[in-house]
Design a protein around this ligand. Sequence first.
Ligand code: FAD
Length: 400
Amino acid sequence: MAELETFRRETRDWLTKNAPPDIAGLPANDLEGTWGGRKATFAVPGMKTWLLRMAERGWTAPTWPREYGGGGLSPAEGKVLTQEMAKLRLPPPLIGFGLTMIGPTLLQYGSEEQKREHLGRICRGEIRWCQGYSEPGAGSDLASLQTKAVRDGDDFLITGTKIWTSYADKADWIFALVRTDPTAKKQDGITFLLIDMQTPGVSVRPILLISGKSPFCETHFEDVRVPVRNVVHKINAGWTVAKSLLGHERSMIADAFGGGGGGQRTRMSALASLACEHVGGADGRIADAVLRDRVALEDMDTRAFSFTVQRAKDSAKAGHRPGPESSIFKVYATELNMRRHELMVQALGPAGLGWEGPGFSGSDLETTRDWLRSRGNSIEGGTSEVQLNIIAKRVLGLPD
Ligand SMILES: Cc1cc2nc3c(=O)[nH]c(=O)nc-3n(C[C@H](O)[C@H](O)[C@H](O)COP(=O)(O)OP(=O)(O)OC[C@H]3O[C@@H](n4cnc5c(N)ncnc54)[C@H](O)[C@@H]3O)c2cc1C
């Protein structure tokens, strides 16, 4: 305990000295620029300094081993770092699929060569990753995927189309599922492959969404040459790796949409402030009793959920890998987030009906568009119906 308190003091001192003044209070998620990569942009100049300083200390991935660019912190020290950053209102120096999905997967299944090639670059924010799972004919039934990989000496030649590839237009590398044995049972003929997006034959086409944004793309592969050494785990054993990565993805979604606070309490939630501003009220008491009740319930559920996620994170840091129970978190977190956005639009009243033009403030329009974006939450990372099937079968053990 005494050692941990010393670590806490030293961490706070270091953070206070090294966090640039312009980053305090920036949002913790979805902050453009903290995703890193060759095309990285930074919301404020201090974010770049923050990334460099934290990466040098290994604190972009605090609990990963030092030899791969992480901080080598114990789970307890990692938690202290998170707590101290939250107290100082410091955003994470780096977010993205490298840290949350492919990194943990490589730590478990990658070869030594793959870990040395990729993990350090992820920790330093040099390479941004995207996920090539879904195809036009393979979403929930992912094992039906058809993107084919044909062996040619020490390479594979990849041909096919992935769809809904989030941020493929901004990514440097993609982790993709490809079919290496079309004759085997569908789960058995799949291989997990790492592909540099700059390889000739890779092209991306952004897809415009109802929210007016274009966060994901079609990704095409035409005779793309990929070295066999980029196979993670074994040829035709990609389904095992794919499922493990999905566990990390669902935990990441749960964290981002409802559990990120780690039980931290703020005096008034953003939702309550917004409701007060539009419906009227003072000191957190929203004038409309029905809305007040719903906002209070939402805030309590969010806080309770954030404690539950914190508990799961502690156990993950202690070595417990996310299993099928990550589906429970995914369903609940996305429901919470969708409910929160519904309430925000309701609190806005007529101001929540804007799409563009005069009569609406920038933040009104943002709220409406974020609400539309939230509709995808119950689909991305595996739909709610599919998660409920997983919970029924693999958590509750119910019969088919
Ligand atoms: C915002 C967003 C980001 C995404 N990012 C990525 C990404 O980066 N990379 C990537 O590979 N994919 C990505 N996806 C794709 C996502 O994983 C798929 O959309 C999802 O798996 C569902 O597949 P589908 O769209 O083909 O729907 P389908 O599988 O065709 O499902 C259609 C409907 O049928 C239901 N259904 C299907 N099977 C069953 C069943 N067995 N039991 C009950 N109901 C069922 C579904 O729940 C759904 O309501 C993203 C999606 C969204 C919305």
